[in-house]
Design a protein around this ligand. Structure first.
Ligand code: SAM
Length: 237
């Protein structure tokens, strides 16, 4: 399996016994259970649905999830998630799109490799996660370039969640991917393209203290009372 992955992603294959760990910043391992992990000093990065589970449980308890409130899913939409990361929010959204899908874009080759493989092979005890993952397709690329080439009105909703300017280090779910993440911010030119591509709306995510919503005007802001996370929505018409 390691040979196959090395081949697919053009990495060098080294049998475990010949691996000189100390010479490497990080390396990929295929574990006995088939899980693909990036390891290095103080580093372990692998795919898992992360906060998708807790957020869905909270919704089931009747609590509001502001991404899903912003999405207002009918169930058949196509969502373009330009900043896929671990894909936890994509999994949550896909769960509310039984007849739709999520197309993800990830600009870090290492995050893309681990997550693409994870989406293909990971199986959860909760069936809704397995079903939601089937409705997700992941592309590798920088969204700033990619959005320039996508046709008008080609998806229903565009979602963008760049890395925060002021990171929340207590956010365990984000910590493992920080080393590999792309740290681009978005500008009005990007938003113009997102609006051109979306039929219905663009949803942006930021946090209290960051400058995204000072630079980019939105129609609606959604935020939990005690949360620092803010979702901004720009409607198409
Ligand atoms: C905050 S994380 C997204 C987390 C995601 N919403 C989740 O639920 O897991 C941002 C991700 O977007 C990626 N990213 C940032 N700028 C990008 C760009 N210009 N093109 C593609 N991906 C980008 C980063 O590498 C990182 O994985």
């Amino acid at each position: 399996m390691a040979k196959k992955i090395a081949n697919e992603f053009s990495y060098k294959y080294v049998p475990r016994k010949k691996l000189k760990k100390d010479d490497l910043d990080f390396f990929y391992v295929v574990e006995k259970n088939g899980r693909l992990v990036i390891r290095g000093k103080n580093l372990e990065f692998f795919f898992h649905p992360s906060i998708a589970k807790v957020r869905f449980l909270n919704i089931k308890k009747g609590l509001k999830d502001y991404l899903i409130e912003a999405l207002e899913p009918l169930g058949n939409e196509t969502v373009l998630d330009l900043t896929f990361g671990l894909g936890s929010e994509a999994i949550l959204m896909a769960n509310f799109l039984p007849n739709g899908k999520v197309i993800g874009v990830e600009g870090s080759i290492h995050i893309y490799t681990v997550v693409k493989y994870g989406l293909r092979t990971y199986r959860d005890r909760s069936d809704w996660i397995n079903e939601a993952m089937k409705r997700i397709d992941l592309w590798y690329g920088n969204f700033k370039e990619l959005i320039k080439g996508l046709p008008n009105d080609s998806v229903d909703v565009v979602y963008c969640d760049p890395m925060f300017e002021n990171p929340i280090f207590e956010s365990n779910s984000m910590n493992p991917l920080r080393k590999f993440a792309v740290y681009d911010s978005i500008d009005t030119f990007d938003v113009e393209h997102m609006m051109r591509i979306a039929k219905k709306k663009v949803i942006l995510k930021s946090r209290v203290g960051d400058t995204m919503f000072e630079k980019i005007k939105v129609d609606k802001l959604l935020k939990g009372k005690n949360s620092v996370i803010i979702y901004g929505v720009i409607f198409k018409n």
